[in-house]
Design a protein around this ligand. Structure first.
Ligand code: PMM
Length: 324
């Protein structure tokens, strides 16, 4: 604690694991004692890596069920592409895309998250059964979002964001990216709490690829524990990491002539990043392919538990399916 009078009440309580490692548990969401896996369903014609693949409601619902069967704990449904340069769609179109998908997946008993910057879409999705609002703008895009989330009482992902996709890469200027992202996240968390959002329901996200160059993404990835502590000495907030299939991975794996690796070929590297992020204490990874990432978070949980001196599978987040 810093004694700062403006400091909000605090992030979610951390569940102690035998051996001393801890992971925050967010009320209303799964808490298996390991990093969670969020599977992505983009109901868009133009997303980064999977645009157009799941653009009908039936295809998107089928994809969500498939991701859950392969080990995703949460299914994140989005209707608006945020790839660099993307323009906006109307709220009506966004609702048309995601409404039946959220309803169908929630009715099937899955934990559904809605990926939206709009309060009206978040409200409809929560009404349809979504348990988490994932706002890549951290409440900046829609002035009604924070009060909506506060009233709904659902967990809220506050991502680091500097503006809409059409011009965001022009804002990728940092003197110290970790410090600036953390400072800007703290401002957004404070705004959310001031609007009535329970700090125990807040998850933070460094926003990989959003107003970030590859070197910024790598710096953020390697310093997740620092980012999670928005104030010196304060308890950490849960951190969500969305690295899956992003361009900085394709650039790392570029061919000899410099051609970036296509999205389809970057899933193995995503799994490597999942293991590293989860071992560093990430609360959740947002991924497009579930099975190998679900294995990776279990490896990381065991790694953390062993490093902390625990030896039992339970300490490593072994789950009911006996996968530990
Ligand atoms: N990335 C995308 C979309 N939504 N949400 C969060 N919380 N974090 C992210 O990094 C994130 C996100 C863009 O990726 P996609 O178009 O490949 O799904």
């Amino acid at each position: 604690m810093t004694g700062d009078a403006r400091r909000p009440a605090g992030p979610p309580p951390a569940a102690p694991l035998p051996g001393g490692t801890t992971l925050p548990v967010v009320r209303g969401l799964p808490g298996p004692g390991r990093c969670l896996v969020m599977g992505v369903v983009n109901v868009t014609p133009d997303s980064f890596s999977d645009g157009g693949e799941y653009f009908t409601a039936d295809a998107a619902i089928g994809r969500g069920l498939e991701l859950a069967a392969r080990g995703a704990d949460i299914i994140d449904v989005g209707g608006e592409s945020t790839r660099p340069g993307a323009g906006r769609i109307s709220a009506a179109e966004e609702l048309r895309r995601i409404g039946p998908v959220v309803t169908g997946l929630a009715a099937a008993g899955l934990t559904v998250s809605v990926d939206t910057m709009r309060a009206v879409v978040a409200e409809a999705a929560v009404g349809a059964g979504a348990k988490l609002v994932n706002d890549v703008s951290g409440g900046l895009a829609d002035p009604g979002m924070l009060s909506l989330v506060a009233a709904a009482g659902v967990p809220y992902v506050v991502m680091h964001w500097r503006g809409h996709s059409s011009g965001m890469q022009d804002r990728a200027h940092y003197a110290d990216v970790v410090r600036e992202v953390r400072d800007e996240l703290r401002e957004r968390v404070d705004a959310a709490v001031a609007a009535g959002v329970d700090p125990a329901l807040i998850v933070i996200d460094p926003g990989l690829g959003f107003a970030k160059l590859p070197e910024h993404n790598w710096a953020l990835l390697t310093r997740l524990p620092e980012i999670s502590r928005l104030r010196e000495g304060a308890p950490p907030f849960p951190v969500l990491v969305g690295a899956s299939r992003k361009r900085f991975i394709g650039r790392l794996l570029a061919a000899a002539d410099g051609t970036p690796r296509p999205f389809a070929g970057s899933d193995d590297a995503t799994v490597a990043l999942t293991a590293l992020a989860a071992a560093a204490g990430a609360w959740c990874v947002r991924v497009h392919a579930a099975a190998a990432n679900a294995d990776a978070v279990r490896v990381a949980a065991r790694w953390r538990a062993a490093g902390a001196g625990a030896s039992s599978p339970a300490a490593a987040g072994g789950d009911a399916a006996g996968r530990a």
